[in-house]
Design a protein around this ligand. Structure first.
Ligand code: NDX
Length: 256
């Protein structure tokens, strides 16, 4: 049966941090090629409907930690914090896998990115799940620790912003439409990347609540992956719409 290998956790977390830096350097120059940043000329055959693509891509992030949690023998009953935190992670990916894809009105998604996205979700799902279920040690009163409570609050706040913003984006289109409009309402009043802002707050909250290297590495990865994307969305809007609200920032309300 599996055991905690601290060296493995350290290696996988470091690699995640390195991937984050690689992404940052790639995506500061040019955005990753899906959605509004896809080059229109290319390959209709190399794409999958957004629904299937997001479902397949995100599924491992739900399945891998859920299976690790369910199949661990003997089951880990103590401390409560480990199971609770693992459930938070699965809860987000339950939404992203089983709810978000079925409502999306997004354009078809490139197969090549889907492949890498899936690999990433397997990798990260394993790292977060394995760490929490086999390695993490928390005192029995972790649930009342300021790190757990403040992190959980941020996680919930971020998740709320993320889901609400996903909904506002979806409502910009009628079914079958593929055009882009100016997002309005919610945190979009202040930033172009409201959904990304929510997601980043969410994973930093998770990192604080778990107080762990793998979760901080993932929060950093998220920042490096979708932070630049918010900036490219912002530039796209400024270029496309002459009446785009002048006071709106890219990612962080009032600041950047
Ligand atoms: N999936 C995370 N890297 C990514 C897929 C791509 O969950 O090889 C990271 C994730 C992956 C990436 C993932 C990891 C890195 C990869 C990359 C591919 C290459 C890269 C693997 C896994 C890689 C190295 C080199 C390091 C190996 O038509 P449309 O689709 O544009 O429609 C959109 C619509 N919309 C509008 N509609 C009307 N008017 C407008 N103005 C509109 N603007 C947008 O809204 C979509 O249907 C929808 C949302 O669009 P958008 O562009 O705002 O968000 P999107 O990027 O599609 O993300 C959707 C949600 C969002 O809530 C976001 O927070 C979350 O997923 N997300 C996304 C990416 C990563 C991530 C979370 C995370 O890191 N936690």
């Amino acid at each position: 049966s599996m055991q905690c290998l601290p060296g493995l956790v350290l290696a996988l977390s470091s690699l995640l941090g390195a991937l984050a830096l690689l992404q940052l350097s790639l995506y500061l120059r040019a955005p990753s090629r899906y959605g509004k940043h896809e080059e229109r000329l290319c390959r209709p055959r190399g794409q999958l409907p957004a629904r299937c693509a997001w479902f397949l891509q995100e599924l491992p992030s739900f399945l891998v930690p859920a299976l690790l949690l369910a199949l661990r023998s003997p089951p880990r009953l103590e401390p409560l914090g480990c199971r609770l935190l693992c459930c938070l992670f699965c809860w987000h990916y339950f939404y992203r896998t089983f709810i978000y894809p079925f409502f999306t009105r997004g354009r078809p998604f490139p197969l090549q990115l889907l492949f890498f996205g899936m690999l990433f979700c397997i990798y990260n799902g394993f790292l977060q799940g394995y760490y929490l279920i086999y390695c993490a040690e928390y005192p029995n009163d972790w649930c009342t620790d300021i790190r757990f409570t403040s992190g959980l609050l941020l996680f919930l706040l971020g998740m709320g912003i993320n889901i609400h913003s996903d909904l506002l984006l979806r409502q910009l289109r009628k079914p079958g439409e593929v055009t882009y409009k100016i997002p309005q309402g919610g945190l979009f009043t202040y930033v172009s990347g409201a959904n990304y802002f929510g997601e980043i707050v969410e994973w930093f909250g998770f990192a604080i609540a778990t107080w762990s290297l793998p979760a901080f590495a993932f929060a950093f990865f998220t920042l490096c992956c979708i932070g630049p994307r918010a900036y490219h969305h912002h530039r796209y809007y400024l270029k496309t719409f002459t009446d785009y609200p002048k006071s709106r920032k890219a990612l962080i309300p009032f600041i950047f």
